[in-house]
Design a protein around this ligand. Structure first.
Ligand code: CU
Length: 329
């Protein structure tokens, strides 16, 4: 079942409500009929005349009742369809005019690849640790609350990775740490046992993250536009075998196909409103290792921001994402 603050959760409730009503009526009538017309019970024939076995009692039919048999289910089916279409437009008819965070998702046998169409700098919140990378002075400053067990700092600049000891005081300033917005940089703070306490990361434009070792990292409280591609068969790139996949976010109740050969790809839009890590599954059989084609989506707060912005969504504690409906539902 999708998370509580998605449009699909509401839909689930509404479908459940109408299903229960229909079930009560249908089973109610079924059991009434079973009891009333069972063998050994003499039927009440006081106002039934000339009923013949095998012949439809034409002159006893009830036009309003028979019309109801057609009208009520038709109205119900139309009503359920209209409700379901509303959720569809929440996912597919998003407003791309405003600010959006665009990410391209490519599917191969058997992994997803996330290509950043814009850069993203994010940092964990509420860990008692803060990373400030001043590009003007090329200095990196890691501030840790004395209550944290910060012990070592891992700094990655492009392909270069270095491990630094945290000196025990609450600030560790590093000079000559050349920050480049065009490189993939991260600063990770660990405790003495190697447990990750805090992450600061800069993902440059064009950077690729690949499942299952990397999650798809996206910022909270922004319209995320994910454009999906499964490229057609390309002999020069053996990854493009032209099969269909589907990007499924079970927690958010969202799924979109990758259609090989569809040049513009397919697109879904959503606004994640809480930080967290949620599963990704391939939901379209795509070959031998389809079942291991899994990954994770990680919702983070941009550097210096939190995910506490009220987007008008009913929050539900642990979850997750809402589907974009123009007003940030
Ligand atoms: Cu697949």
């Amino acid at each position: 079942m999708p998370a509580e603050d998605t449009v699909f959760y509401v839909l689930y409730d509404k479908f459940m409500f109408w299903s229960i009503l229909v079930a009560i009526f249908t089973f109610g009538w079924l059991f009434t009929a079973i009891l009333r017309y069972r063998d050994g019970v003499e039927p009440d024939t006081t106002d039934i005349d000339h009923i013949e076995v095998g012949a439809f009692p034409v002159d006893r039919h009830n036009t309003p009742l028979e019309l109801m048999f057609y009208l009520l289910p038709t109205v119900l089916v139309v009503w359920l369809t209209v409700m379901a279409l509303g959720s569809n437009s929440a996912v597919w008819n998003f407003d791309e005019e405003g600010e959006t965070f665009d990410i391209t998702v490519n599917a191969y046998q058997w992994y997803f690849e996330f290509v950043y169409e814009e850069s993203l700098t994010w940092e964990d919140t509420d860990t008692g640790i803060e990373v400030v990378w001043d590009s003007a002075t090329s200095s990196l400053q890691v501030t840790a609350d004395p209550t944290t067990a910060a012990s070592s700092i891992e700094v990655k600049i492009g392909a270069l990775e270095s491990e630094l000891f945290f000196n025990g005081t609450d600030i560790r300033a590093l000079t000559n740490t050349e920050y480049s917005p065009y490189q993939h940089n991260h600063v990770k703070v660990y405790d003495a046992d190697g447990v990750l306490l805090h992450t600061w990361e800069h993902i440059p434009i064009g950077h690729k993250l690949i499942t299952p070792s990397n999650p798809m990292i996206i910022p909270c409280d922004e319209v995320i536009i994910a454009n999906m591609h499964s490229l057609p068969v390309d002999p020069s790139d053996t990854r493009n075998v032209g099969v269909q996949h589907a990007f499924w976010l079970p927690e958010w109740g969202m799924k979109e196909d990758f259609v090989p050969g569809l040049e513009s790809g397919t697109t879904i839009g959503f606004i994640p409103d809480d930080t967290g890590t949620f599963p990704i599954r391939c939901a379209e059989y795509c070959g031998m290792q389809h079942s291991i084609m899994t990954g994770e989506v990680m919702v983070v707060a941009r550097e210096g921001m939190t995910c506490d912005l009220d987007t008008g969504v009913k929050k539900s504690g642990s979850s997750s994402a809402s589907n974009y409906d123009g007003g940030g539902m």
